[in-house]
Design a protein around this ligand. Structure first.
Ligand code: UD1
Ligand code: UDP
Length: 405
């Protein structure tokens, strides 16, 4: 009953937008907040910014603000300066969510978009979706339908909430479609567009291959591993992080590791007095967070990756590089069933690394629609849902010579 009522409001919103005057371009807000959002927004920006029928604007909420967590990605991924910067910064979950809502609502009151696109599963994803839903602006969720079924993860709450209120759900894999269906989401709200992270990789592939980070660091392809960790469940407790540090030091004796340390993790390593153990370990090379091109240059040559990152699980699956995920579950099960990912505990990490080194690289396969054409499919879906045929024709006729989708 609730779903039916919600759907009818959503249909009204979609109809209201479709009825826009013919000469008006579709004004789109692309919401980006944190590191993993920038690579999801970049391929969309690339496609939409040259389309004649829409006018995309980037809204940076400011969740990640260090140069190497934000600016570096705008530069690497060839994104323009954000059109709106909310500068909300760090805080508790309620502070981040509430402050983004307050700041974004002010933007929307003045610069009302026709469509809001939110990506991923961070706090601003749900915050901006809430603002849009309450202001009767169609909201699209890119990377919808993923479920870890672990509500201790803040991201799982964000995914559930965002998918419940978004009007259109763009999914990265078919298991996500199944999850949404089983939650009673009507079929017409779901579109299987594929994995946008693979678009970013393919878009930047030449730069990644030409990059010299691996060489400058003196690393030999296939003879080192990479580590990234930032999940609160892994890094926010002294005991768990201490255990992980000890295991990484042990693994480093067999396989040199590059550990690109996330700011949350660095803060905890200092607070728990664990950083010096890592610094002293012969097989470990510690770095600040790396830019996308540099990081992916290292990933491409790695023998194995140890991580708790969502995006890295996907990138390694695409590249067929063994990925050991330090988590009890994943919202991306396809990276295990079809890819090169495996869930591990800290206690079994060393053994898992040993086994991973015996695997042939490239043994995984890319899931369906992880093909670099996701942004194009998103654009096609936007046109289908929000523009009448007549409007599209008029728009493209008026922009002869420009790339048209
Ligand atoms: C956030 C997302 C998580 C995502 C991760 C990607 C939520 C709930 N969490 O987690 O889903 O996987 O980003 O990296 O949205 N900090 C800095 N500089 C920065 C940003 C953060 O020093 O540029 C420090 C601050 O001390 C901050 C802490 O890192 O309090 C955590 O940052 P926050 O954005 O709250 O969460 P993440 O762990 O980054
Ligand atoms: N990444 C990066 N530099 C790093 C670590 C990760 O560019 O030092 C990239 C990685 O390739 C992936 C994205 O950041 O594209 C994943 O972000 P993160 O792990 O912060 O978030 P999650 O995906 O877990 O939400």
């Amino acid at each position: 009953m609730q779903i039916r009522r919600a759907t009818s409001v959503q249909n009204q919103l979609l109809q209201a937008t479709s009825a826009m005057s013919e000469d008006k371009q579709l004004k789109i807000h692309l919401i980006a907040a944190a590191r993993p959002n920038f690579m999801k927004v970049a391929p969309l920006w690339r496609v939409l910014s040259v389309a004649s029928w829409c006018e995309p604007h980037i809204v940076h909420t400011g969740q990640h603000y260090d140069a190497n967590m934000s600016e570096a990605f705008f530069r690497d991924l060839r994104l323009p300066e954000p059109h709106f910067h909310l500068e909300v910064g760090s805080g508790s979950h309620a502070e981040q969510t509430g402050n983004v809502m307050i700041a974004y609502e002010r933007v929307v009151q003045i610069h009302r978009p026709d469509v809001i696109i939110v990506v991923g599963d961070v706090n601003p994803t749900v915050a901006c979706a809430l603002v849009g839903a309450k202001m009767w602006i169609p909201v699209i969720h890119l990377e919808a339908g993923l479920r870890s079924r672990d509500r201790r993860m803040p991201e799982e709450i964000n995914r559930l909430m965002t998918d419940a209120i978004a009007d259109v759900l763009w999914t990265p894999s078919l298991d996500a479609n199944e999850n949404l269906r089983s939650e009673g989401i009507p079929e017409e709200r779901i579109e299987f567009v594929g994995n946008i992270m693979i678009d970013s990789f393919m878009m930047m592939r030449d730069a990644i291959e030409a990059d010299d980070t691996r060489t400058v660091m003196g690393l030999v392809a296939g003879r080192y591993g990479i580590v990234t960790l930032h999940r609160p469940a892994n890094v926010d407790s002294r005991e768990t992080l201490g255990h992980l540090v000890a295991e990484l030091v042990a693994v480093g004796r067999e396989l040199p590791l590059v550990f690109a340390i996330h700011p949350r993790t660095l803060k905890r390593l200092v607070e728990f007095d664990l950083l010096s153990q890592l610094e002293r370990a012969a097989g470990l090379r510690l770095t600040e967070p790396l830019g996308y091109v540099q990081f992916m240059n290292l990933v491409c040559g790695a023998a194995a990756v140890i991580t708790d990152s969502g995006g890295v699980q996907e990138e390694t699956t695409f590249l067929g590089i063994p990925c050991l995920t330090l988590r009890e579950n994943t919202e991306r099960p396809i990276t295990i069933t079809e890819g090169s990912n495996r869930l591990v505990t800290a206690a079994k990490l060393a053994a898992a690394v040993g086994e991973a080194l015996l695997l042939r690289r490239g043994s995984g396969k890319a899931p369906a629609r992880w093909d670099g054409a996701t942004a194009e499919r998103c654009a096609a879906d936007l046109r289908r849902r929000f523009l009448t045929t007549r409007r599209c024709n008029a728009a493209s006729a008026g922009r002869a010579g420009q790339k048209e989708l």
